[in-house]
Write a protein that binds this ligand. Structure first.
Ligand code: XMP
Length: 511
């Protein structure tokens, strides 16, 4: 096992993920974990992640210095290198030039973690400060014109430091460097695969809910909540209470389909709450995206809480399971030095007043890992590979007011789009595809009459984890067929656009 000390970089989780991709279990722990606690975990290696700030700030995030006496190999990445430079007797100063983006390093010592690297390699930097004096025992292993000590090592103690980021794609040999560390330096054995994760997570969840108390969970029909539900069901089949809230913002036929599937999967306690009227009523006249999210979030909590209280009367419920996955957590992060608020979304808004202990078995996983796990758990393939669908449903794909009629227009257009993509073998090549309804109308002509109707925007993106996304290059003739079909069949739509924006700067959803 390799542990990653998290100093607050958005990339800390990416490091852990990359290590897992190399077949080693990796656990992220808070940067301040004491050396004795770390020792108890018995890691084969320690990675210090990047992080914001400067080592000389009063409240700088520094690790327990004793970790450097444990005899465990350490890899310091970016902030991690500065921390090691600072704590092990070197010097860190503000760099003359901030380096941000791609750079070419000159590898001066192609051994250790750099074994197999060429003399010049492309890497990705993001730093202001730099190590200006090496700590005793270290020597330089790579440089750039602006950063003499771009990497340093003390082979005797198995300490390796790099000022750039191995974990991002722009560092072309990043995986190779990490592999050298976990393989050659830490000599860790392969101990991780999805096959191992399944029993490990089930056992972990069984232990977490071993007091025999009930576990409540809201399911949406999406892969994250479904995988969570199956895990919780396998861990604790009798005490799992599943609730599906029909908020009236679902796509055509979705609720019926989910009902059938959940019955078939044999969940003991599964209930559908019809709250359509409640949601739509509260959304009347609301145009602002964040206001919509707030209303939907609150209404959901109200409905769910009411159900929770009534269930609680009958059975002793103490836990609330949620299908939160890793990207949900970064994008919902409160504004801080490390992560700025992007959208107030996802599944992490349930209030403390519910007095339930939150359980999130998938919180370290990316979507593709969740899907792999879903297949391991025997969930039908077409469910596992279904495109993600956001919690606030069609409301965030209807720009402007959500009304029954606008929902109908969007549902019909979306159904045509998705059905055609499936028919043409495009669906599985795409991360997410959907129709959105714009808040403006346009003039058209149908037969001999002038029309003034809605504009449908089609969005289809390719992505690995929704953090970045590219628009899908759907063939023109497919787009043409879809457009014609929508305009001919959906009453109230006279124009179809195809969205060609990337994320960032656009997001995948419209609101
Ligand atoms: P964005 O629009 O932020 O979306 O690029 C990234 C991924 O997250 C999904 N998404 C949501 N999922 N509740 C959810 O459960 C939400 O409020 C929400 N907003 C966006 C989106 O569909 C995409 O897969």
């Amino acid at each position: 096992m390799i542990i990653v000390l998290n100093f607050g970089s958005q990339f800390a989780h990416l490091i852990a993920r990359r290590v897992r991709e190399l077949g080693r279990y990796s656990q992220i722990v808070p940067f301040g974990m004491s050396a004795s606690e770390i020792k108890k975990l018995n890691p084969r290696g320690i990675i210090l992640s990047g992080g914001p700030g400067s080592v000389y700030e009063k409240d700088a995030q520094l690790p327990d210095p004793e970790i450097f006496k444990l005899g465990i190999p350490v890899l310091g990445i970016c902030w991690g290198q500065q921390v090691m430079g600072h704590l092990l007797g070197g010097k860190v100063e503000p760099g003359k030039v901030r380096e941000y983006g791609k750079e070419i390093i000159q590898v001066v010592d192609a051994s250790g973690i750099f074994e197999g690297l060429d003399e010049k390699e492309q890497v990705w930097f993001s730093h202001g400060d730099a190590v200006t004096k090496l700590p005793p025992g270290f020597h330089v292993t790579a440089s750039t014109p602006n950063c003499k000590n771009a990497a340093m090592a003390d082979e005797k103690r198995k300490f390796y430091c790099i000022q750039f980021h191995t974990e991002v794609g722009h560092t072309l040999k990043g995986m190779h460097i990490l592999e050298n560390f976990v393989n050659k330096i830490c000599r860790s054995e392969k101990d991780w695969s999805m096959k191992d994760l399944k029993p490990a997570l089930i056992a972990e969840m069984r232990a977490a809910t071993a007091n025999g108390k009930g576990v409540l969970m809201a399911v949406s029909g999406g892969v994250d909540s479904m995988v969570t539900a199956v895990i919780m069901h396998k861990a604790n089949p009798d005490n799992l209470y599943l609730v599906y809230v029909d908020n009236g913002l679902m796509r055509n036929g979705e609720t019926e389909e989910i009902n059938k599937l959940f019955q078939k999967m044999g969940f003991k306690h599964f209930e559908i709450i019809d709250a359509k009227a409640d949601f739509l009523d509260k959304l009347k006249g609301v145009n602002d995206p964040e206001e919509k999210r707030r209303i939907i979030g609150h209404t959901f909590i109200e409905v769910f809480e009411k159900k929770a209280l009534s269930l609680k009367k009958k059975s002793d419920i103490q836990f609330l399971a949620q299908g939160t996955i890793y990207p949900d957590r970064i994008e919902s992060a409160q504004p801080s030095k490390a992560a700025s608020k992007i959208k107030s979304h996802h599944n992490v808004t349930l209030p403390e007043k519910m007095h339930l202990k939150i359980i999130e078995p998938l919180k370290e996983l990316y979507k593709d890992e969740v899907r792999e796990l879903g297949e391991e758990l025997g969930i039908p393939k077409e469910r596992v590979w279904r495109h993600p669908f956001p919690g606030p449903g069609l409301a965030i794909r209807i720009l402007g007011e959500v009304t029954e009629d606008r929902l109908r227009v969007l549902r019909e257009a979306d159904e045509i789009f998705i059905t055609e993509l499936k028919k043409e073998g495009q669906y599985d090549k795409i991360w997410q595809a959907f129709a959105a309804l714009l808040p403006v109308k346009a003039v058209g002509v149908m037969g001999d009459s002038r029309t003034y109707e809605n504009i449908i925007s089609l969005r289809a993106v390719t992505s690995k984890d929704a953090m970045t996304a590219d628009w899908a290059k759907i063939p023109y003739d497919t787009l043409e067929r879809i457009s014609t079909k929508i305009i001919n069949n959906v009453r109230g739509a006279n124009r179809v656009l195809y969205d060609i924006s990337q994320k960032p700067p656009a997001t995948i959803e419209y609101e």
